[in-house]
Design a protein around this ligand. Structure first.
Ligand code: UT7
Length: 328
């Protein structure tokens, strides 16, 4: 049962013009090819955990609770390679001694995190779980690379899941999760892990930055998000027309249109906030949910399909009927 939702964006906004002023790109290109107008980025010294704490506190308040049994943090940009960032976030939120771990499924992290939390609840390990998706891609993208620096933004979003009946509003339907490691190289940070460090040689210049084979990823994102949506609907015994809103990873406005096309659904059923925040990786789905609730596009009782696609490659979907909750 989803019973709370909270988000946090770092205050600093970077409009397209600011990127165009230092890179060979333009506001027109970024808007036309991605749908993005601006993104939020962290100030020097701000880490992913700082955003995660803010979003987590808001989700707990939205769920009207200050206690959970576990915290799952989906992130690709942990504060440090070791240890996981989740225990630190739990401690700073005041959730001392709870189970806390990170999940890295890149932009699918939030869906993987929610599925892990739902599993902990189903297994009786936890009654309530705080799931946070938080990323600061501005810390791993090459500031001189126009095709990644223009796309990604920083942010965090969180939900509280609790045990409940499958008939209640907010009850999460089945999950569809998948991966294809054969294409692991399409989205990656080449250096910094054991593959490079075991060579005992310093990383090649620039190899610590995030890279993405944009065109190949674009096509796979459409194909896998559409396929995963169909799989989860089949598992749930639902049809496409039963879904009121699709809240899927905000990677590119053209990808949202492509998924709508492939599913034969009107683009108006696809929530979009990419214009304001860019691609925020693991924070993307909860940020889109918040924006849809705030605009009145998503209302209690509506059936919503959540979906994502990202590095790994990974993808995932779930369905639920939206609960009557206060968003913070
Ligand atoms: O979040 C997880 C998954 N991520 C995604 O799903 C992202 C998927 N990919 C995309 O959204 C798009 O592929 C991009 C937005 C990254 C790129 O858009 P595109 O329309 O696929 O462009 P492209 O990569 O095919 O590049 C076309 C041209 C290239 O120039 P040449 O080689 O044709 O001369 C690029 O260098 O556009 C160029 N280009 C740019 N030009 C101006 C790439 N980025 C920019 C830019 N400004 N920011």
């Amino acid at each position: 049962m989803l019973c709370g939702l909270g988000t946090w964006l770092p205050p600093k906004v970077v409009p397209n013009d600011e990127i165009a002023a230092r890179l060979d790109t333009s506001d027109e290109w970024i808007r036309a090819r991605t749908g993005i107008r601006q993104r939020h980025v962290v100030e020097p010294g701000t880490a992913t955990s700082d955003l995660a704490v803010e979003a987590g506190l808001r989700a707990l308040k939205s769920a009207d609770t200050d206690q959970v049994d576990a915290l799952v943090l989906a992130t690709t940009t942990p504060d440090r390679p070791c240890p996981a960032t989740a225990p630190d976030v739990a401690h700073r939120i005041g959730l001392d001694r709870v189970a806390a771990f990170d999940v890295n499924a890149v932009c699918t992290g939030f869906l993987y995190g929610m599925a892990s939390a739902a599993g902990l609840i189903a297994a009786g390990v936890a009654e309530r779980v705080l799931v946070i998706g938080a990323d600061t891609f501005s810390t791993i993208t090459d500031p001189d690379c126009r095709s990644t620096a223009a796309i990604f933004g920083d942010g965090a979003g969180a939900v509280v899941l609790r045990a409940g009946s499958p008939h209640e509003l907010g009850a999460l339907g089945p999950f569809d999760l998948g991966s294809d490691g054969a294409d692991a190289d399409l989205i990656m940070v080449p250096a910094g892990g054991s593959r490079q460090r075991s060579t005992r040689r310093p990383a090649a210049p620039g190899a610590e930055f995030f890279t993405m084979a944009g065109k190949a990823v674009f096509r796979k994102a459409i194909f896998q998000m559409a396929g995963s949506a169909q799989s989860v609907l089949q598992k749930a015994g639902l049809r496409l027309r039963d879904i009121d809103k699709f809240v899927i990873h905000q990677a590119n406005a053209r990808i949202l249109n492509g998924v709508a096309d492939m599913l034969g659904q009107p683009t108006g059923k696809f929530v979009r906030n990419i214009e304001q925040v860019g691609n925020t990786a693991a924070a993307s789905v909860p940020l889109a949910l918040t924006s849809a609730c705030e605009s009145g596009e998503l209302r209690a009782g509506q059936r919503v399909l959540l979906g994502a696609f990202g590095g790994g490659l990974t993808w995932g979907s779930t369905v639920l009927r939206w609960p009557d909750i206060e968003i913070l």
